[in-house]
Design a protein. Structure first.
Length: 144
């Protein structure tokens, strides 16, 4: 009997999510809670958004390049965008609990950017995995 998660490399997912948490979440939290009231002319939110996008790309790339079940794009998207969804849900709950407004348009636009960054990272991770000399190609079947 086959396990439903047999087509997922949980170690690769954990590694990708950890990298995403390390690089994307701190700038996201700073932007959401400390700089939400900054004037529109401030460049800090833009800089923090770029750092967070970099974190999503790298996290997805790690998951995609480390997986060994032949689905780099799925792993990159689950690790990176999944992390975004969990963290964003927590931010929404905290903002509602403290009586702050939730800007749903910002949540949706951030999700779109995180999803795009995850796709880019997964693509890059797939390329890295295919071209790495120390790993076997996960897309070829063993002759045995």
């Amino acid at each position: 009997m086959s396990n439903g998660n047999s087509n997922r490399d949980t170690l690769a997912l954990r590694q990708g999510a950890s990298v995403t948490l390390l690089f994307a979440v701190p700038p996201t939290l700073i932007a959401r809670f400390l700089l939400d009231d900054e004037p529109a002319s401030s460049s800090w939110p833009v800089l923090l958004s770029l750092v967070a996008l970099f974190g999503f790309v790298v996290g997805a790339g790690v998951a995609a390049s480390k997986q060994n079940v032949g689905s780099p794009y799925t792993h990159g998207m689950i690790a990176s965008t999944g992390t975004f969804v969990v963290v964003q849900a927590a931010i929404v709950v905290v903002k509602q609990a403290i009586g702050d407004d939730v800007r749903w348009s910002r949540v949706v636009s951030s999700l779109t950017l995180a999803l795009f960054a995850s796709v880019v990272g997964a693509l890059l991770g797939s390329i890295v995995q295919r071209n790495a000399p120390h790993t076997k190609n996960p897309y070829t079947k063993n002759p045995s």
